[in-house]
Design a protein around this ligand. Structure first.
Ligand SMILES: [Zn+2]
Length: 310
């Protein structure tokens, strides 16, 4: 199918498949766009020179959607990852379900870049079609089957292993290590971590299992999260695009989504500023150590849990 034919189909489907009214969309409590998608922004057709003739008005097109473990079979709470084009315009994902609008559920993406999007399957979502909604259109995103059981645990640390030694690379997409002195640990006064550059909106996951001990905003750090494991070691994630999706006091597994790469606070370019602290943890008496070796080791394993020798 050509792109044009595909877009025409998407437009036709958008018109044919009635979008759930806002009132029918339960949402796990995430504030967001409460209403139905707005009509396409016709004022953008004149072109401002900023985004080009197709920039702002291109509707998202989904080419694949799958849950991590079983593809189109998902549990509530699983992460559904989509690929396609123009996905950063997606504001909500609707799990249409099967009986009209009544069982439709929607969720705001955790992370989205032009080419990929991550969303958690909301509680009470039913098996059925999924649609990605943007202000300027929507795209079908396949059909999922909800299977019973708890969310597919993202790589829990195995029994008998040191939790603190097990980790997953925290950025779920293309990235580049900042190797300039200012991006390295200790490279400039007060730089206590390693910068890793990635497109704003790229998924961030917890590198290690632990408890969320901070999740807040600070002028220099921007939106940031501190996760502390049972040994008291902690890791810190700064400059996140939006407040973390995990709350202080909650426990996270290694590989569990926590938010998205951003440039909030004192950040030059979209990047993760990552710190590792010895026990008893971040500003609790521990001290920062150079995390680059750990990050590289996790990175070599492509998102799978890695047990580092300590
Ligand atoms: Zn930094």
């Amino acid at each position: 199918m050509t792109i044009i034919a595909r877009r025409a189909l998407v437009a036709a489907l958008t018109a044919a498949v009635l979008l759930p009214p806002a009132a029918a969309i339960a949402d796990g409590g995430t504030p967001g766009l409460g209403g139905a998608p707005t009509t396409p922004d016709t004022t953008s057709s004149g072109g401002t020179g900023l985004s080009g003739p197709t920039g702002a008005s291109t509707a998202p097109v989904i080419s694949s959607a799958a849950c991590a473990v079983q593809g189109e079979r998902c549990h509530h709470g699983d992460m559904l990852t989509m690929t396609g084009t123009d996905l950063e315009s997606v504001r909500r994902v609707v799990f249409v379900g099967r009986s009209g609008h009544r069982d439709a559920r929607s969720a705001k993406p955790i992370a989205e870049t032009d080419g990929s999007l991550s969303v958690l399957v909301p509680a009470h979502a039913r098996s059925g079609p999924v649609r990605a909604l943007a202000a300027n259109g929507s795209s079908p995103a396949g059909t999922i089957t909800i299977v019973a059981g708890p969310p597919s645990a993202p790589s829990p640390a195995g029994p008998g292993r040191s939790v603190s030694a097990a980790g997953v690379f925290p950025i779920g997409g293309p990235h580049t290590f900042g190797l300039a002195a200012t991006n390295r640990f200790g490279g400039r006064r007060g730089h206590q971590g390693q910068d890793v550059f990635a497109t704003c909106g790229t998924l961030l996951v917890s590198a290690r299992a632990g408890t969320v001990t901070q999740a807040t905003f600070e002028a220099r750090a921007g939106n940031y999260v501190v996760i502390t494991d049972t040994t008291g070691e902690s890791e810190v994630y700064m400059h996140m695009r939006a407040p973390a999706i995990v709350a202080p006091g909650s426990t996270v597994a290694a590989g569990e989504p926590i938010g998205a790469v951003g440039d909030t606070g004192d950040a030059q370019g979209c990047h993760l500023h990552f710190e590792l602290w010895t026990a008893p943890g971040w500003y609790r008496g521990g001290h920062p150590i150079d995390p680059l070796a750990a990050l590289r080791a996790w990175d070599r394993h492509g998102g799978r849990l890695v047990h580092l020798r300590s």
